[in-house]
Design a protein. Sequence first.
Length: 256
Amino acid sequence: MNKPFIHLRCLSSYSLSESTLKIKKLVSLAKKNNLPALAITDNNNMFGVFEFAQECVNNNIQPIIGTSISLLDIKNKNKISQLSFLVKNETGYKNLIYLSSLSYLNKNSEVGITIKELEGHTEGLFCFIGGEFNPLLFLYNENKNTDHLINKLKELFKCNLLFELQRINDSLIDSFEDFFINKSNQFNIPIIGTNNIKFGEEEEFAAHDALLCVAQKTTINNGSRISSNNQIAFKNDQKMSELFSDIPEIIENNFN
């Protein structure tokens, strides 16, 4: 029996100005597609975790608790890189609560954590990197060495470090994929796949695009604004399996 594709990066409407997807809708889509488990990974907050867990349990879906936190060590003029985390057990949940809280206690105005602050707080957590805020992508685009960061993250997370592929028609991410996969092979790091979900059905693209306009205080016809991506809807198991059909271990890794 083929294993279902488990979505491991889902942003709910608690990711303010980023996602239109209410938790009840997110879980209903998972149930509609007969998914046994589902993750929540809102950016720089865990506000929706309790509601998400309750909604999943009520629908016989295993909730996977997570979040993404800005990594202050690596940034450029416009963006801060990011680490994403998924909880394995109670110890991991406590560590994630600590790191999420710590990210708001920095003396400057930036929300996030440093590599140094991870030390002693990685047990029970998966850490994955990928997408537009992938710290390795930032380093790669600045012609900086990526191996030092990979080695440090491996030291911290051991076999719980994962690389994340997204195939959402994003030219920046797509151009980095071959290098990223090569590094995965070089350092023996498992690859997972995600769809960076920020809205539900494909027809909800326009509503998500409007949300981004509101967040940027601009209008739809502004050609220089950040636009939505029609590929980041909640895709079903078949579509996701086809998307990563050339790397079948991704389905296995996501499931496990």
